[in-house]
Ligand binder design. Structure first.
Ligand code: CO
Length: 134
C-alpha cells in the first residue's frame, strides 16, 4: 500500500545551525526557512536525489513539536512520511487493521499542499508516521 518515502522530518532547536550542518557539512541543497503558521512550524526543505529531509522548528505557542523538543533538547527524528495513492482508502485499511489515526481521522492539508494523516507511533515501531496522498 505505501509507496515512496516522501520525507523524513527532524525537529531541531536551532534552525540556522541545523541548516548549516546540512548545507556546509553534508553538502545538500537547503531552502530558506518557510513559516507555516497553520502547522505551528517553520520548515527548511532539503532536497536529496531520492527524497527530502525537513527540518522543523516550533512556531507560535502551541506548536506540535514543542513538547518533542522538550524531551529531546538536541533535536531528533520526528516522523517519516510515506506516499499513498488514495488517503481515504489507506486510512480505512489502516483502521481496519487496528492502527490508530491521530486526530479526528479527517485528512488535513500538509506542508506540501496535499492531504495528510498521522498514525500513532505505538502502532508503527515507535515512529510517528505521516501518510500523504500524492
Ligand atoms: Co511531514
Amino acid at each position: 500500500m505505501i509507496g515512496r518515502l516522501n520525507h523524513v522530518a527532524i525537529a531541531v532547536p536551532d534552525l540556522e545551525k541545523a541548516s548549516a550542518v546540512y548545507r556546509d557539512t553534508l553538502g545538500a541543497k537547503v531552502s530558506a526557512p518557510q513559516a507555516l503558521p497553520e502547522h505551528g512550524v517553520t520548515v527548511v526543505f532539503i532536497e536529496l536525489p531520492n527524497t527530502k529531509i525537513e527540518l522543523l522548528h516550533p512556531l507560535g505557542g502551541t506548536s506540535p513539536i514543542a513538547k518533542f523538543l522538550e524531551k529531546n533538547p538536541d533535536g531528533g527524528m520526528h516522523h517519516i512520511c510515506y506516499e499513498v495513492d488514495d488517503i481515504i482508502a489507506a486510512r480505512d485499511r489502516l483502521k481496519a487493521a487496528g492502527a490508530r489515526v491521530i486526530g479526528d481521522g479527517q485528512p488535513k492539508i500538509g506542508a506540501h499542499g496535499k492531504p495528510v494523516l498521522f498514525l500513532h507511533p505505538k502502532d508503527f515501531c515507535g515512529t510517528l508516521v505521516e501518510i500523504e496522498q500524492v
